[in-house]
Ligand binder design. Sequence first.
Ligand code: NCD
Length: 360
Amino acid sequence: MLGSKFINLIDLSDYPKIWWEDIVVLAHEIKQNPDNYKSRCRGKLMATLFYEPSTRTQMSFQAAMLRLGGGIIGFDNPATSSVAKGENLKDTTKVVSSYGDIVVMRHPLPGAVKAAALTADCPVVNAGDGGHLHPTQTLTDLLTLYEEKGRLDNLTIGLCGDLKNGRTVHSLLKAMSCYKSNRFVLISTKELELPDYIKQELTLKGVEFKEVFRLEDAISELDVLYMTRIQRERFASEQQYLEQKNVYVLDEEKMKKAKSDLAVLHPLPRVDEIAISVDDDPRAKYFKQANYGMYVRMALILLILEKSLTPAPLMHGEVRNDICCKNPKCITNHESYLPHYFKVNGNKAVCEYCDETTEL
Ligand code: NCD
């Protein structure tokens, strides 16, 4: 087991559910009375290190810190930082974490944010690590469901689109499967279905889920429809992307089949998976969802900087530098100095950075 001095947020599952709910309730309160919070982070600095494009996540974090009275530094294009000179992840994040009080980081490789947290000098928050996880989007989604559906349990939730590469889907499923009587309808093509390790997790927890191909067959039973973009940047070739593009488009015709109190969510950006005409349907909640994201990040920053709970351990298993993670995108296959942490069970080794299983 490897502990940490800091309340890092790499994966929501590292913390008790009650803490997620504290964040949601505080975000609700901040949204009602924003003036009460405008100086709570005076003198504090947040660094945003975005190695991948972002609009909402980066700006909502920055707006959150500024609305709490704090300051911001960072980069949104590694090409204009020393990363372009060949600096490794450890050195960049080590130094920047000594300037700021909290680091928010997005990176194209799974496990990269956890790798940064290993040596950082302040708390590190995962703003998306490749196709792996996106815990602060999930907090945004939890607040949206709390506000718009009035509950986090007893929901039939359809997730549609790129379930393989969509990190928002992975984090959301992990979280929502912790609430009672939630059922999941996984709507995707065979090529873009949910990774096995997440399906296994759902099965182990005894969670009800089914996989379907056609959105029109599933929509009428849903309380929540979580649409996602086909993640072009994660495909091996443009051809493979083109084959998947436009398979799912939510339009007014399909909305006619849905419940009158369906909530349509989307982490955004939308490409063409939701027709623009759906925006005027009161069941479309995705723009409100993006706004909730700012309040939830205000709550998160506050609770981390005010040290509201015991930090979670970073690693639970052992260092096994004799094993290499089989996931070619895993950060351990790109930054050679990183210790290889695995949870080894019989002939299976689960990588603690990216969660992939390697057979021994
Ligand atoms: C998502 C992401 O970056 O994973 N966007 C976001 O953070 N709101 C979804 C996406 O890029 O498709």
